[in-house]
Design a protein around this ligand. Structure first.
Ligand SMILES: NC(=O)c1ccc[n+]([C@@H]2O[C@H](COP(=O)([O-])OP(=O)(O)OC[C@H]3O[C@@H](n4cnc5c(N)ncnc54)[C@H](O)[C@@H]3O)[C@@H](O)[C@H]2O)c1
Length: 373
C-alpha cells in the first residue's frame, strides 16, 4: 500500500435534493469521512439542510469549491450537472465522488477523468451497492469456481417510471436519464464486477410516450416531456466471451425475473438486486433440483449509500478506488453504446476497458444496517 489520503476526509456536498438523505443517514457511521459543508444552486435548500446538521456550514457552490477545509466534493446534483460540478471541484484541487452516471455523456466524462489526472485528484462514482455482501458474495462464488466458466448473464429492471414518486422527475426523461442511464449503472457495474469488462454491445430501444405526468409533490398533475428512450434492451459481449442480456424499462408494472442471473458451465447463480447492498445469493448446480442459499462470504456487511466514499477515503494515493472513475466511465460508455447501437442497428465496439475492482473481503459493519436505503 502507498501513502494514505487524509482521513478523516472532509466532505462538502453539492446538491441537496432527494438522495442527500440517504448519504446523511450513513455519514455518522463512516469513519474515514466527515461532512463539513453543503451547497446547492437553491441556496435556501442548502441552508435549511445545514440548519439540521450541527457543525455543517451552508455556503454558495463557488464558496464550497474554494473552501480550504473541503477535501472532497460529493456531487449529488442531477446528471446534466455532474460534469460541470466535478470539473469545478477538480479545478479547485478537490477530489470528487459523484452520484451516477459519471456524466450525461462520455465526452463530458472523459474531460472529468483527464482533468482529475492532470490535477492529481481522485474521481469516485456511485453505485457503491456492488461493494455490499450481495454482489461481492456472488463474485466470490464465481471466483471460487462454483459455477465453472461463466457463459452468460441476464439483468432485468422493469418499473412504471420514477414520475410516480419523485417530485421533480424531469431529469429521468432527458438525455442522461431514462431507465438505462438511471438504473443501468447498478446492473452494469455489477455485471463488470462479476464478469469483467465489456468489448462490444448491440442494443434495441423504444420511446413509447412523449410525456409523463408527475404523481407526487407540489407539481403533481403537471406533464413533462420525454426526450429519451424508456425501454432499452441490449446484449453485452464481455472480453471473456460471456454474454449479458439487459432489459431496462420504465414501461411496465414490475418483473418477477431475478434482477441478475449468472450462468456457468457447472451451475447458475441468482444475484440480489444491485440497487441494494445485501440479499441472498442462490446457487444451483447442474444436475441438482434445488437452489442453495450461500452464506455471505464477501463485501461490506450492513452497508448503505456512502460506503464507496468511505472506501475511496481509505484508498492509497495513486490507487483507483473500487467505486472509481474508470469503472464508471466504462459503464457509461457501455450504456451510451447500447443506445447508439439501438439507433444505428449495428454492433458498437467499446473503446474503454477497466480492471475488475479489487474484491471486498467480508467486512463487518462500518455503517449501521438501520441506515440502509
Ligand atoms: N432520488 C433517488 O432516489 C436517487 C437514488 C440513487 C441515485 N440518485 C442520483 O442522485 C442524483 C440526484 O438525484 P436526486 O433525486 O437527489 O435529484 P433532485 O433533483 O432531488 O436533487 C438535485 C439537487 O441538485 C441541485 N442542483 C442541480 N444542479 C446543480 C448545480 N449545477 N449546482 C448545484 N446544485 C445543483 C438541485 O437544486 C437539487 O437540489 C442523480 O444523479 C440521481 O441519479 C437518486
Amino acid at each position: 500500500m502507498g501513502q494514505s489520503l487524509n482521513t478523516p476526509m472532509n466532505i462538502g456536498i453539492v446538491g441537496c435534493g432527494q438522495i442527500v438523505r440517504a448519504y446523511l443517514a450513513t455519514f455518522p457511521a463512516l469513519d474515514a469521512v466527515r461532512l463539513v459543508a453543503v451547497a446547492d444552486i437553491d441556496t435556501a435548500r442548502a441552508q435549511s439542510l445545514a440548519d439540521e446538521l450541527p457543525g455543517v456550514r451552508a455556503m454558495s457552490v463557488e464558496a464550497l469549491m474554494s473552501d480550504a477545509e473541503v477535501d472532497l466534493v460529493l456531487n449529488l446534483t442531477i446528471p446534466a450537472a455532474h460534469a460541470q460540478v466535478a470539473l469545478a471541484a477538480i479545478a479547485a484541487g478537490k477530489h470528487v465522488y459523484g452520484e451516477k452516471p459519471l456524466a450525461a455523456t462520455t465526452a463530458e466524462a472523459r474531460k472529468v477523468l483527464e482533468a482529475a489526472t492532470a490535477a492529481g485528484v481522485i474521481v469516485g462514482c456511485a453505485p457503491d451497492t456492488v461493494l455490499g455482501t450481495g454482489t461481492q458474495t456472488a463474485r466470490k462464488a464465481i471466483d471460487d469456481g462454483l459455477i465453472g466458466r461463466p457463459v452468460a448473464a441476464t439483468a432485468t429492471m422493469v418499473v412504471p417510471g420514477h414520475e410516480r414518486w419523485h417530485p421533480n422527475p424531469d431529469f429521468y426523461y432527458t438525455p442522461g436519464g431514462g431507465p438505462l442511464l438511471d438504473m443501468g449503472p447498478y446492473y452494469i457495474s455489477s455485471l463488470v464486477t462479476l464478469l469483467g469488462p465489456v468489448a462490444s454491445v448491440i442494443g434495441a430501444a423504444s420511446h413509447t410516450r412523449s410525456e409523463r405526468t408527475i404523481g407526487t409533490g407540489p407539481r403533481a398533475g403537471e406533464t413533462i416531456p420525454v426526450t429519451t428512450d424508456t425501454h432499452v434492451t441490449g446484449v453485452l459481449v464481455h472480453e471473456s466471451g460471456a454474454l449479458s442480456t439487459l432489459v431496462m424499462s420504465f414501461d411496465g408494472a414490475a418483473t418477477q425475473a431475478a434482477n441478475i442471473e449468472i450462468h456457468g458451465e457447472k451451475g447458475s447463480l441468482i444475484v440480489p438486486d444491485p440497487n441494494t447492498f445485501a440479499g441472498s445469493v442462490r446457487l444451483r448446480i447442474v444436475g441438482s433440483t434445488e437452489w442453495e442459499t450461500l452464506p455471505d462470504s464477501a463485501g461490506y456487511s450492513g452497508a448503505s449509500r456512502g460506503v464507496g466514499l468511505n472506501d475511496l477515503a481509505l484508498t492509497s494515493v495513486g490507487q483507483e478506488p473500487r467505486a472509481g472513475g474508470r469503472l464508471a466511465f466504462h459503464v457509461l460508455e457501455i450504456m451510451e453504446s447500447v443506445l447508439e447501437s439501438a439507433h444505428s442497428s449495428r454492433a458498437v465496439q467499446i473503446a474503454s476497458s477497466c480492471d475488475r475492482p479489487p474484491a471486498v473481503p467480508l467486512t463487518q459493519p462500518t455503517v449501521h444496517a438501520d441506515a440502509a436505503n
